[in-house]
Design a protein around this ligand. Structure first.
Ligand code: KIV
Ligand code: NA
Length: 267
């Protein structure tokens, strides 16, 4: 059987060839991305991307467990990381451990990701000391949209020191990698040079040790969400729209189903 990449193996890739990462929420998409990816993230972005929620705040542990199980059924090689949802870890290290343990035990994934820097240091080291590999996430942390006042670029000008300190705190606490979201490229480069664990960028420029995108975004599965940091490698929403139109036309005009899609009396 294929051996999945371990968090330790990911950590050892610091400064090596770029780590390729994408999100997945379902078994078929996990099967598609697995051969090309080092890390597959079951992101809490699932709430917005698949469930139509207005932010990630409404995502539950049960949703993350369900999607984590689905993704694990489709993976062979990539390391699976599952996001801890809002409200499942911020209260205390003990609360975080209880919920992270459920995520790993019930999905079979090998690691969790949680948002926050300095104020999550104690929690990250608590989890790592008890057998739970943690990926950090600093810069724009979407679960804090209400205190950040929107999905703005973080770490500009006087704010750079805060984000740098957050990245250091996460690495010092024992995280095996850290996501840098929506930062000026120069700051992400500084962080990447200074912290000893791989940085995985999203909207953080080319200097990071790896890159991640939401798979539905890079496949162009939406017509209505196009942030600057997303490159569309396909336009599947347009292809799907055309296919659905063609189906509707053929049903209305009686051209589908044809003989070849229909059954005769004899088997
Ligand atoms: O939820 C998510 O998809 C993420 C990535 C964008 C890093 O956290
Ligand atoms: Na997330």
């Amino acid at each position: 059987p294929v051996r999945a990449l371990t968090p330790a193996a990911v950590m050892a890739r610091k400064g090596d060839t770029p780590l390729v990462c994408l999100t997945a929420y379902t078994t078929p998409v996990a099967k598609l991305v697995d051969p090309e990816c080092d890390i597959v993230l079951v992101g809490d972005s699932v709430g917005m991307v698949l469930h139509g929620l207005p932010s990630t705040l409404g995502v539950t542990l049960e949703m993350m467990i369900m999607h984590g199980k689905a993704v694990m059924r489709g993976l062979g090689r990539a390391l699976c990381v599952v996001d801890m949802p809002f409200g499942s870890y911020e209260e205390s290290p003990a609360q975080a451990f209880r919920h992270a343990a459920r995520l790993l035990a019930e999905t079979g994934a090998a690691a969790v990701k949680l948002e926050g820097g300095l104020h999550m240091k104690e929690t990250i080291s608590f989890l790592v000391a008890r057998g739970i590999p943690v990926m950090g996430h600093v810069g724009l942390t979407p679960q804090s949209v209400n205190t950040l006042g929107g999905y703005k670029v973080q770490g500009r000008d006087a704010d750079a020191g805060r984000v740098l300190a957050d990245a250091h705190a996460v690495a010092d606490a024992g995280a095996f990698a850290v996501v840098l979201e929506k930062l000026p490229s120069a700051l992400a480069a500084t962080i990447t040079n200074e912290v000893p664990v791989p940085t995985i960028g999203i909207g953080a420029g080319p200097a990071c040790d790896g890159q991640i995108l939401v798979v539905d975004d890079m496949l162009g599965l939406f017509a209505d969400f196009r942030p600057k940091f997303v490159k569309r490698f396909a336009t599947l929403a347009e292809d799907a729209g055309a296919a659905i139109h063609a189906y509707a036309e053929e049903v209305r005009t009686g051209r589908f189903p044809a003989q070849e899609h229909s059954f005769g009396a004899a088997s």
